[in-house]
Design a protein around this ligand. Structure first.
Ligand code: ADP
Ligand code: MG
Length: 688
């Protein structure tokens, strides 16, 4: 990223001091980003001491050997922060290290015979590590930070967090609730555009099934020659495709109007679902924009301090151990290093099954024996169902506490690594009747939001966040590297557009939906926002599948892209924040470039269309000749061959003249009218 540090503003980073993992982020005009060093951004919140009571390992190296050093590897100290020994009795079963009473009966950890540490000291070690990471990434000293805590933390727990900062040499300028930080990362409550209720209802409906029946544009399939390996889509650019809901035009001032939504007083109710490694909490927040900034009111919280991704890892470990015992026909007392390996292995398997249908398990049992099995996503989902249901029950409880029904929640935000699990997303979506926000990485969103709060305190102005129009056009890649734009720049939000596409290869069963931003005509000149695959389409002739792609940009500027193959109902989707990481200068640059390159871009797009059309026509001609070629006289056959050869030459030439290409294509099409008629006649007579 090329943003210049802004020296006149104080440097305030945002820190997610997590139970399992911690991160540091920073936000400038282009938006928040995670700060990384050579070990990446994520820092496991784990510290190991040696026998002398000195720090031996921090972060990943400490976590990777936790099982081997159970009494000196301190993890989950967040559970002890600011708590009395009496408060944490029910934690003790979960913590293999010795928790003892310190001064004023506070919870401390006895790491060696002579060494007792406070949770604040351990957290300070993590914070110091994050501070160093940030300084390395930014190349300057970091002294101020916004640090997040769970919404349910009491004053003592918050104070302990501040103290940890102080020990680490960090001035904690603000403590922010984790769910509020998540909302800030999405720009919620910050001068949000408010559509009128009718339009909102329409959008909500659209969001729920991800599709709409309002696509009035017939797909214009251009069946293509099968280009081996390519799975991109194929369409003709449709200028009518872009609509703002309810307005029928891209520039209806009534949707939001210029500064129409008053920046002060916008009010939204948000549910934040945070499922991490070992803890789960759900918060219902009311966010209100005031002159002082965002005011968050925690309406209700619920949760389970012992529910998280670790449980799933444990289920998989138990399954493996049980099956190995059966295979070897004996109970085995596995040594710590093996149990550690099982744990890491189980987590990797779980993560893999978030993205694929099955995973292969293979463990070397020594003496030439191996344990082997494959596990499917369905199998894991069955194992996880009661676990997810516990979290869902907490959500219902929070709603009850807040005296609310799910439909009163405007947005649901997913936080925590375990919300990457598709089953979790599905169940949360079902409960709240909406597609939860997942556009930002759920394990990073809290740190990103803390950084946003830091930038607000530092006085950094992020006008990109406040846009109520779409600054650059949004579209998808089509065959040949062209971009079909679905939503044009300067459309007011919220906005939606639907267009139909089709395949270009015979029997094509998957398509890649590549989402792009920019004003240029070719993929290579636009900004890539992300991509996903729509798979499982039943094999059909090229051009037959009806793939409906819907773009929906909601009032917060979050883009939902969904693709549905209408004949098979196969669907896939992705969520993206198009303005993430985009600066005003970049928008201006892309606009200027599109103007200076307008002519060549148009020609390039035209050539792609001509090539696609030529390939389609030539393929049809080939089919027709195979069918009725015998009936043609030699002179006519010769004529067709010549016309096809000319077109083929244009197809093969790198930069042909578009007009000449067009003329040649026309000539070929005209010359083959008789051939086409003969072929149709033949087909009709065959059918009788
Ligand atoms: P915490 O808030 O407790 O510090 P995180 O938000 O970092 O924790 O979440 C960590 C948990 O997320 C771990 O259990 C990890 O295995 C899980 N996790 C991370 N990525 C995935 C994934 N792709 N699929 C399933 N679980 C994941
Ligand atoms: Mg967390």
């Amino acid at each position: 990223m090329s943003s210049t540090p802004i020296n006149e503003h104080p440097l305030i980073v945002g820190i997610d001091l997590g139970t399992t993992n911690s991160l540091v982020a920073w936000c400038d005009e282009s938006g928040p980003r995670i700060l990384e060093d050579e070990n990446g951004g994520n820092l496991p919140s784990v510290v190991r001491y040696d026998e002398q009571g000195n720090v031996a390992a921090i972060g990943k190296p400490a976590r990777d050997h936790a099982v081997e050093f159970p009494t000196t590897t301190l993890f989950s100290v967040k559970r002890l922060m600011g708590r009395g020994i009496a408060d944490v009795q029910n934690e003790l079963n979960y913590l293999p290290y010795a928790v003892v009473a310190g001064e004023h009966n506070t919870a401390r950890v006895q790491v060696t015979e002579n060494k007792v540490v406070s949770p604040q000291e351990v957290s300070a070690i993590i914070l110091r590590e994050l501070k160093a990471k940030a300084e390395k990434a930014l190349g300057k000293t970091v002294e101020k930070a916004v640090v997040t805590v769970p919404a349910y933390f009491d004053d003592a727990q918050r104070q302990a967090t501040r103290d940890a900062g102080r020990i680490a040499g960090l001035d904690v300028v603000r403590i922010v609730n984790e769910p509020t930080a998540a909302a800030l990362a999405y720009g919620l409550g910050v001068g949000e555009a408010e559509p009128d209720p009718g339009k909102q209802a329409m959008l909500d409906e659209l969001e729920q099934d991800g599709t709409s029946d309002t696509a009035k544009n017939e797909p214009k399939p251009l069946a293509q020659l099968n280009e081996a390996g390519t799975v991109s889509l194929n369409t003709k650019f449709n200028t009518e495709a872009c609509t703002t809901p309810g307005s029928g035009s891209g520039a209806d001032p009534n949707v939001t109007g210029e500064l129409d939504h008053d920046a002060f007083g916008s009010n939204s109710t948000v549910a934040v679902f945070d499922l991490g490694g070992g803890t789960f909490d759900v918060s219902i927040l009311n966010l209100q924009q005031t002159e002082q900034g965002i005011v968050d009111q925690v309406v209700a919280t619920s949760g389970d301090t012992h529910l998280g991704g670790d449980d799933v890892d444990r289920m998989i470990v138990e399954l493996i151990q049980k099956e190995i015992a059966v295979q070897l026909d004996q109970e085995i007392d596995f040594p710590p290093s093996t149990r550690q390996a099982f744990r890491s292995f189980a987590e990797a398997t779980k993560i893999r099954l978030s993205n694929s249908e099955y995973a292969q398990l293979e463990i070397d049992l020594g003496e030439g024996r191996t344990y082997q099995r494959s596990i499917t996503k369905d199998e894991l989902e069955e194992m996880m169902t009661p676990w997810v249901d516990r979290a869902i029950a907490c959500c219902k409880e929070a709603l009850k506490k807040a005296d609310m029904t799910p439909d009163l929640i405007d947005r649901v935000i997913m936080v925590g690594g375990s919300t990457r699990i598709p089953l979790v997303r599905k169940k949360v979506g079902e409960l709240f009747g909406t597609v939860p926000y997942t556009a930002l990485n759920p394990d990073e969103v809290v740190a990103l939001g803390a950084a946003v709060q830091g930038s607000i305190l530092a006085g950094i102005n992020r006008d990109m966040l406040l846009l109520d129009v779409i600054p650059l056009s949004l579209g998808i890649e089509t065959l040949g590297g062209a971009v079909a734009k679905l939503i044009m720049s300067n459309t007011t939000i919220p906005a939606k557009a639907t267009e139909q596409f089709t395949t270009h290869a015979e029997g094509q069963t998957n398509v890649k939906i590549h989402i792009l931003q920019g004003e240029r005509e070719l993929v290579k000149d636009c900004r890539s926002l992300g991509e996903f695959d729509l798979t499982g389409i039943p094999p059909m002739p090229a051009g037959l599948p009806k793939i409906e792609v819907t773009f929906l940009v909601d009032a917060n500027g979050v883009l939902n892209v969904s693709a549905v193959e209408k004949r098979s109902e196969k669907a896939a989707r992705v969520q993206i924040i198009p303005n993430h990481g985009l600066t005003r200068e970049e928008v201006d640059r892309m606009e200027t470039e599109s103007m200076t390159h307008a002519r060549e871009d148009m020609t390039a797009h035209q050539l792609i269309d001509l090539r696609n059309q030529a390939r389609l026509d030539m393929r049809a001609i080939e089919r027709q000749i195979n069918k009725v070629g015998d009936e043609l006289d030699d002179a006519y056959r010769q004529e067709i061959a010549e016309k096809v050869a000319i077109v083929q030459k244009f197809v093969d030439t790198e930069n042909p003249d578009a007009n000449a290409f067009h003329v040649a294509l026309d000539a070929m099409d005209k010359a083959t009218i008789r051939l086409a008629e003969l072929a149709i006649k033949q087909t009709l007579s065959e059918e009788q």
